[in-house]
Design a protein around this ligand. Structure first.
Ligand code: ADP
Ligand code: 5GP
Length: 193
């Protein structure tokens, strides 16, 4: 077996529109379950304050991202917002599996669908649903990470993304956070057994 292609492990996917709470839930699970390893995506968007290259994302120039697409380095990639690319690297998935870990994803709905299609048996795809659209938008605004333009495109895209909710294995409603975190722990626990 070549080092580039270790045997398949498991994949735990969290997907949702921006602001629904994926990152909050995924970080909580990474703290609780040492068997999980985060798939660090590549992106062409600039880092936010506090984000670290190689930990939160691999921050790439558009040219470097395009070079890696041409080299076949991505499991999937999407132009999530105009001019902003995000993608999952094969190397991230293989690194986790080689370490005997289950790889966990924080990813938008189209990429999640692609990964689920590639690994239908070994993956669990969880859609994180906000209680309602207005709460989602309010959380995005309160997070204060986006400028006005970025906020607008995220809100514009959210309706389309919410329509994907029935396509995944589970829907996790993120209303009361402690309750949602407990439910996420339960899902992870049974999937990892
Ligand atoms: P995503 O990764 O899906 O974009 P985040 O995890 O960044 O979403 O959450 C968006 C914002 O909403 C963050 O500021 C986060 O602290 C907050 N948040 C997440 N879950 C809840 C919740 N259940 N109730 C209130 N605020 C929440
Ligand atoms: P953000 O800019 O808020 O970090 O991410 C924007 C959106 O891109 C989020 O919905 C996030 O989950 C998604 N995303 C992050 N990484 C990837 C990836 O590797 N592939 C895809 N398709 N989407 C991603």
């Amino acid at each position: 077996m070549s080092p580039e292609a270790p045997p398949h492990g498991k994949l735990l996917i969290f997907t949702a529109p921006s602001g629904a709470g994926k990152t909050t839930i995924v970080r909580h699970l990474l703290d609780r379950f040492p068997q999980l390893a985060f798939s660090v995506s590549a992106t062409t968007r600039p880092p936010r304050v506090g984000e670290v290259d190689g930990r939160d994302y691999h921050f790439l120039t558009p040219a470097e991202f395009a070079r890696r697409v041409a080299a076949g380095e991505f499991v999937e990639y999407e132009e999530v917002y105009p001019g902003r690319f995000y993608g999952t690297l094969h190397s991230e998935v293989h690194r986790s599996w080689a370490a005997d870990k289950c790889v966990v994803f924080d990813i938008e709905v189209k990429g999640a669908t692609t990964i689920k299609r590639h690994y239908p048996q070994d993956s669990l795809a969880v859609f994180v649903a906000p209680p309602d659209e207005e709460t989602l938008f309010q959380r995005l605004r309160d997070r204060s990470t986006e400028d006005a333009d970025s906020l607008r495109v995220r809100i514009a895209r959210a309706g389309e993304e919410l329509a994907y909710r029935e396509r995944f294995d589970r829907i996790l409603v993120n209303d009361d956070l402690p309750r949602a975190l407990r439910e996420a722990e339960g899902l992870a626990d049974s999937f990892l057994r």
